[in-house]
Write a protein of this length. Structure first.
Length: 246
């Protein structure tokens, strides 16, 4: 109990002396945000099964951003490393900026999935083409971002192609400490023999802490409903993000 109280106290103290960072996705799903023009970020992710992921995102002009990424698993392991078949990329365009009664709307394409790459696919598939919308709400405490969208994955297993739907919420208690929630149906992740998805969808939870605009640390819990039958438990990952202008 004392350790729990100490942890909560530390988080609150860090939150008081921190500032917002630019978000462009929740845990695995993209949101409508685009990083500012003439800015970039670099991300390092510790993945399940001893994996590592690296990505960088950049923007030269307002309302559009680009990204490159690569990941591998069994890097910190006795087993043979498993590398992604190809690097991932991201292009996202903000079509409509949010106003008082108008939600933000964006679309894009992403080829980066999550986890181990095997059998010509990631543990959780990449989004492919996506479109989404979002609105910021202001409860009595903090700030709440509500998002929803659809995607069509085109880069993995051709026999599973189908439009999928996702939703997410980001609740920031302060400008820099937030709770991330997301769910997607996984309609494009079901085979006749249920070799991957078992039909309940993917539910993920994350905690994000931001320090002085440039540094973000995120702890995520992936597939809490255990939809993917190839793994026995809930995936955990840690993401460290550095953002700046050029």
């Amino acid at each position: 109990m004392k350790r729990f109280i100490l942890l909560i106290s530390t988080v609150i103290c860090l939150s008081i002396f921190s500032y917002p960072i630019y978000n462009y996705e929740s845990i695995l799903n993209p949101n409508t945000s685009v990083i500012p023009a003439k800015s970039y970020n670099v991300n390092f992710t510790m993945l399940p099964v001893g994996g590592m992921g690296f990505s960088t995102n950049f923007s030269f002009f307002p309302r559009i951003m680009f990204g490159l990424s690569y990941s591998a698993t069994n890097i910190v392991s006795y087993d043979r490393p498993q590398f992604s078949k190809y690097p991932g990329f991201l292009v996202k365009v903000l079509l409509v900026e949010e106003e008082d009664y108008v939600p933000a709307v964006s679309f894009g394409i992403s080829s980066q999935g999550f986890g181990t790459f095997y059998n010509n696919r990631y543990y959780i598939k990449s989004k492919g083409f996506f479109v989404n919308t979002s609105k910021i709400l202001y409860p009595p405490l903090g700030e709440l971002l509500i998002c929803g969208g659809a995607n069509y994955s085109i880069f993995e297993n051709i026999d599973e192609k189908m439009i999928d739907f996702f939703c997410q919420a980001e609740y920031y208690f302060t400008d820099n400490f937030g709770l991330l929630l997301e769910y997607f149906l996984g309609l494009d992740d079901r085979t006749d023999d249920n070799s991957f998805g078992r039909g309940v969808g993917y539910f993920n939870i994350g905690l994000k802490w931001i320090y002085e605009e440039k540094l973000g640390i995120e702890v995520d819990f992936v597939d809490i409903l255990k939809n993917n039958v190839t793994e026995n438990g809930v995936g955990r990952s840690v993401k460290i993000t550095y953002s700046d202008f050029f």
